[in-house]
Write a protein that binds this ligand. Sequence first.
Ligand code: CA
Ligand code: CA
Length: 182
Amino acid sequence: MSGRKDVSLLLVLCLLLVVASSRHHVSALSIEKTTSVTGVIDGDTFDTSSLGRIRLADINAPEEGEAGYEDATRFLESLIENKEVYVDVDDLGTTSHDRIICVVYARHNATHITNVNKAMVDSSHAELWDHKDNEFEPAKWTLFNYYPGNTPGPDQDYRTILLVLILLTIVAFLVAETHRRR
Ligand SMILES: [Ca+2]
Ligand SMILES: [Ca+2]
């Protein structure tokens, strides 16, 4: 009887663990490409290794010669220069002077990426300008977004190992109880 109780308890623990493991937020991000930044032109435009020149969607930074141009350019450089970026290309296909219109993300840490468009606006280096002919809605942007790297972190490995151990323990208990009853 106590053996069956133990098994029930373990099953409950196991279920709780599975629920805890799957509690990752389902990301609403739509990242279609990754590319490397080869040069920053100004606070809203930069060049990439594989996608050509990108114009950050729905924001506007000062042009060369305008007040704030240097600061905005340097700030964008600090976010993305020589880095890999994650790119959401406008599904509606808008362009501006042959530059593709995108929302761009840069890695913030192992689990989160920064919305570069929003970072430029939040830091007052660019102004918001919500063009309605593209897919993007700046009102829905958040600065940091859950997007873990490709390789599973130690946290995920640990949970998987624990889950397997608990399952093995349950099987061992069931086998032991079956033998005891014979
Ligand atoms: Ca898209
Ligand atoms: Ca828009």
